[in-house]
Design a protein around this ligand. Structure first.
Ligand SMILES: [Fe+2]
Length: 233
């Protein structure tokens, strides 16, 4: 028995076409979308077991070590995965990818003149626990330039991909850091039409999560579907 999800509030989600974010011009749909009913194929989806996720996969400071520790500011990122009714989603796959401390991805397309870190791959994954909580240990990513417009720089961000319990709970988004001066200048962030929805992408510094002498803590909760769904990015 599957229960339909509360519908998404499209007015707070970024439009497919947002010309200030240049690549949306080419990739946005040119025809009206066809709404699909919430049938079995939408309300179910792949399920991931513990055996698929390795012990160090959640720790980006250790999952790619070759010669020593990665450089940069160590951080903890914690959060909860919530459904359309605010209930936590246990045993769900959360994946992240990000630039290194210098603002460079370990990817051949990224030719930004900043150093790669041989000990930082910039990708991780974890399953939420029984309370729907996840935790990553990582390095705070650096800002990086991109070709969207003159002197364009992305604010520091971590990309998130989430699989809930069904395909309608599939979400790809980005987490930002509080107080980053580049956030108000970012066309991707500004493509979200609703202020509260934009704010929901900025993590919250949490001094209780911060570990003395070790790492700063940030909280980032994600709602995967329904009217309060975290914006797609
Ligand atoms: Fe990025």
């Amino acid at each position: 028995m599957t229960v339909p999800f509360n519908p998404i509030d499209w007015s707070v989600q970024p439009p497919y076409l947002h010309p200030a974010y240049k690549s949306t011009v080419r990739r946005s749909p040119t025809r009206t979308l066809v709404p699909l009913p919430q049938s079995l194929s939408e309300l179910t989806g792949p399920v991931y077991g513990h055996s698929d996720v390795g012990e160090l996969d959640h720790d980006l400071t250790r999952n790619a070590v070759r010669t020593g520790e990665p450089l940069g500011e160590r951080i903890l990122v914690n959060g909860r995965l919530l459904d359309d009714r605010g209930h936590p989603i246990p045993n769900a796959l959360v994946e992240v990818w990000q630039a290194n401390a210098a603002g460079r991805y370990m990817h051949k397309v990224d030719q930004h003149a900043a150093p790669l870190d041989p000990n930082f791959y910039g990708a991780g994954r974890v399953l939420t626990n029984a309370n729907g909580e996840y935790q990553f240990t990582t390095i705070r990513p650096g800002a990086y330039p991109w070709g969207n417009h003159h002197n364009a720089w992305r604010p520091s961000h971590i990309h998130f991909s989430v699989f809930g319990t069904s395909f309608l709970q599939r979400l790809v988004t980005q987490m930002y850091f509080p107080g980053d001066p580049l956030i108000p200048l970012d066309p991707i962030y500004n493509g979200i039409p609703d202020e509260a929805a934009r704010q929901s992408l900025i993590s919250v510094y949490d001094h209780d999560l911060t570990q003395p002498g070790w790492a700063l803590g940030y909280r980032f909760d994600i709602v995967v579907c329904g009217p309060y769904q975290t914006p797609f990015e």
